[in-house]
Design a protein. Structure first.
Length: 284
């Protein structure tokens, strides 16, 4: 890497977040890392590691996030790259999941990310540089996952506001990248990271089958190597013109191309009628 930068990473005690922390520290970067439990961070990374600034943060609390960002600025002097990695998966049909279960997923995956963006942007605007990297999912581009509707909705939200954010902050020299992984071999599908409905409905056999497939067969057998994924994202962060959309994994590419093809088909099948919906021209 060309120079030392300061990274702010949420959800850093495991999975992709922990891989970011370890790889960046090995490269001599400065890393502020957050987790709900600071002891988990220290246990995973080590005590008194040079360049490592662990922080206990409640991602759902705007004040907690704002204080952590301010502490990072006080400690390192700046934040160059913010990685919004905190989040969790939620399985269950839309009928099964309660309002509370659904809202909590949005509070972490969507509003937690927004808390970070609101907190880091004043500093990035002032320094006229920065990069916000939002870890989304291919499930934020295609929702064809029975039993993952709410989770998909949170990631669709992340994709949507990230595109708007990119347009808003470009004038300040701030870049935005949406990272959309397919299946990578992290703890994402374990009980700690994938929640299931408190009240399952037996009639949803396809949802139960997909849920069991993810928990029993896909978990631990994902093709994606998280270390390679993180290394690529770090490289992207050092590009002069980083991409807005970064899909990760051959499976993510296949699913994205499938969604694009399906949209193109619907567009063309209904183009004549759908584009003939304007007011009739009035002759003078």
């Amino acid at each position: 890497m060309n120079s030392t930068k300061t990274w702010f990473i949420t959800g850093a005690s495991k999975g992709l977040g922990l891989s970011f922390v370890k790889q960046l520290l090995e490269q001599g970067q400065q890393v502020a890392a957050t987790s709900r439990n600071i002891n988990d961070l220290i246990s995973a990374v080590g005590e008194n590691v040079e360049g490592f600034f662990p922080l206990a943060v409640d991602i759902k609390s705007e004040s907690s996030v704002k204080n952590a960002v301010a502490a990072t600025i006080h400690h390192f002097g700046r934040i160059d790259i913010a990685v919004n990695n905190a989040g969790y998966g939620l399985s269950g049909s839309l009928e099964e999941l309660s309002d509370l279960e659904s809202r909590d997923n949005f509070d972490v995956n969507v509003f937690g990310t927004l808390n970070v963006i609101r907190s880091v942007m004043p500093y990035m605007r002032e320094q006229q540089s920065g990069h916000i990297i939002n870890i989304s999912s291919v499930a934020g581009f295609t929702g064809n996952f029975p039993g993952f509707g709410i989770y998909c909705a949170t990631k669709f939200a992340v994709d949507g506001f990230s595109e708007s954010l990119a347009a808003e902050v470009k004038e300040f020299g701030v870049n935005v990248t949406i990272v959309s992984p397919g299946y990578f071999r992290t703890q994402f599908l374990t009980a700690d990271s994938l929640r299931v409905p408190a009240n399952e409905i037996a009639a949803y056999k396809s949802v139960r089958a997909v849920q069991e497939l993810h928990q029993q067969e896909i978990n631990g057998n994902q093709a994606g190597d998280p270390e390679k994924a993180v290394a690529l994202v770090i490289r992207i962060a050092n590009e002069k013109n980083p991409p807005l959309h970064l899909f990760l994994g051959a499976d993510a590419y296949e699913m994205a191309y499938g969604k694009i093809a399906a949209i193109e088909k619907d567009l063309e099948d209904w183009k004549t009628l759908a584009t003939a919906t304007a007011h009739e021209a009035v002759n003078a």
